[in-house]
Design a binder for this molecule. Sequence first.
Ligand code: ADP
Ligand code: MG
Length: 215
Amino acid sequence: MSVQTFAELGLSDDVLESLQKMGFEAPTAIQAQTIPLLLNGHDVLGQAQTGTGKTAAFAIPAIEKTDASLNEVQVLIQCPTRELAIQVTGEIQKLSSYTGGLRVVPVYGGQHISHQIKAINRGAQIVVGTPGRTIDHLKRGTLKLNHLSMVIFDEADEMLNMGFREDMEEILTYKDQARRVQMLMFSATVPKPIREIMKRFMVDPVSITIERSPV
Ligand code: ADP
Ligand code: MG
């Protein structure tokens, strides 16, 4: 059975309204497969080409899973570059424009850290970062993961290529180990280090591969 509409994915009216405003008429293949799994609490490894709509595939469940009344970081997203972190932040802001003031904060190198600390302290709920700056905030204690419910690595293979493997693993050690934190990785390829991270940190991950169908 294939999903035809976003409404069939069981999304909130707020998010459906944002999607309509953005002109997203129907879910792409990766969105149709990933969103229900994430809403149901699964860990997911997603493989799909560029331009298949992966950002909304993780941003929509991230928004739906965030408790707007809780001023704590609940979702952490990692991207290989600052440009991507800024782009992902923008897409989450658009998708949550009717959700009533979700606080999404990007953290990346090259921007003054005091600005980011203030933004986090204002009650960040979703943080989108690059690994180096994220670890900096974790070490300073300005970013705390004790209320985290979801961690997402976008372009995970690209992060490996840029030498972020140890950072990726270090970030995961900061979460409360007794707490179930759902994990999603998107990666165009699945080299051995990705399989090792999956084995160490994911619980019964579901793998999804989309061969084609860019937007
Ligand atoms: P990827 O991360 O897989 O490379 P993006 O998430 O950046 O892809 O999406 C590629 C483009 O497609 C973006 O411009 C995005 O706004 C658009 N897009 C994503 N999902 C949909 C959809 N369901 N309907 C229409 N356009 C979409
Ligand atoms: Mg992408």
